[in-house]
Design a protein around this ligand. Structure first.
Ligand SMILES: Nc1ncnc2c1ncn2[C@@H]1O[C@H](COP(=O)(O)OP(=O)(O)OP(=O)(O)O)[C@@H](O)[C@H]1O
Length: 314
């Protein structure tokens, strides 16, 4: 478990992280979202004690990072895959890390196997492709068999097979009861991977809720139907207080009622249906909706136009 309380980081006059409080829980994948410059990397760096907070605290399983005897055994992280020593072989890179953290050498072979790099273990990592570099970074994160894992943009530069592999790995690690915290700009990927979301903007917490709740609260859900009896349908729905809006492609859209109720209502009047479906927005649409809301909020708040620029870059 990772617990943040009032975590704040200022760089000069810039507040990169602004009184963040949330808990990352075990047994699930928690996605960390926010537009460019929202403060995600800075937050993750403070979680790992790579940056000192201006104020507030981070607790890793109840303790400060500095109080952990052998931190790699508690928390593993992929922040910048390029941080590994390019002149060393994959094996040697991991061995150095293992030795400095009192991790047995056999674990090096195990994690190389786990990430699919055994065949290139004796090759220098500077010659690795981006995907291989990411895998090596993940091997380093897994070295201490930690209960908590943190991944900053883990699918960056990966091909579809690599993305699929990381997604399954994270889900699998979560089912083992580990705490998985992952940032990504790829909304479609996040939607497939994360169970829970923490969303920040301009360093502030915007949302901390399940993926399903996030999408539901930040997007429109409606029912779509197609029928050869449009006028009768409109009349029946109107008599139940519902408005059918033209979707533009011949279909009708209805807000505020379930497919079940609408289907039953129309069946009572023997209306023929060619389509009846519940429509829910994607995570990307929900995210854009939330951040668009934040633009208005911040505009009224007088925080200036920077947020708008950030949203476009997201
Ligand atoms: N060392 C630093 N010195 C000064 N400003 C910094 C420093 N590190 C980050 N910042 C600023 O803090 C803010 C948050 O940056 P951060 O990299 O944490 O955001 P992010 O959400 O990870 O962005 P991205 O999605 O683009 O990676 C940005 O405005 C950034 O310019």
């Amino acid at each position: 478990m990772i617990e943040l309380e009032g975590l704040t980081k200022r760089f000069g006059t810039k507040t990169a992280v602004d009184r963040l409080s949330f808990t990352v829980r075990p047994g699930m994948v928690t996605g960390f979202l926010g537009p460019n410059g929202a403060g995600k990397s800075t937050t993750m760096r403070m979680m790992l004690d790579l940056d000192a907070p201006t104020s507030g605290t981070v607790r890793i399983d109840g303790r400060h990072y500095r109080e952990l005897d052998e931190p790699l055994k508690y928390i593993g992280a992929l922040l910048d895959a390029k941080a590994l020593h390019g002149g060393r072989t994959a094996y040697h890179n991991l061995l150095c890390l293992a030795q400095s953290n009192r991790i047995p050498e056999r674990r090096v072979g195990e994690v190389l196997d786990l990430v699919g790099l055994s065949a290139v273990a004796r090759k220098k990592s500077k010659n690795f492709s981006m995907g291989m570099g990411q895998r090596l970074g993940i091997a380093a994160a897994l070295l201490g068999d930690p209960r908590i894992l943190m991944f900053d943009e883990p699918v960056n530069g990966l091909d579809p097979e690599g993305i699929h592999w990381i997604r399954n790995l994270m889900k699998h690690l979560a089912t083992e009861g580990r705490t998985i915290f992952v940032s990504s700009h790829l909304m479609s990927e996040m939607a497939l991977t994360a169970d829970h979301l923490v969303v920040i903007g301009q360093g502030k917490l915007l949302a901390d809720m399940s993926m399903a709740d996030f999408i539901q609260r930040n997007s429109r859900s409606y029912v779509r139907l197609r029928t050869p009896q449009r006028e009768l349908t409109r009349d029946v729905l109107a008599s139940a207080g519902l408005t059918a809006v033209d979707a533009g492609d011949g279909a009708l859209e209805i807000d505020g009622e379930s497919t079940e109720r609408i289907g039953e209502l129309l069946a009572e009047h023997r209306v023929v249906l060619h389509e009846l479906s519940a429509q829910r927005a994607s995570l990307e649409e929900a995210f854009m909706q939330m951040t668009a809301g934040a633009v208005e909020y911040h505009a009224h708040d007088g925080a200036g136009p920077q947020w708008g620029a950030d949203v476009k870059g997201a």
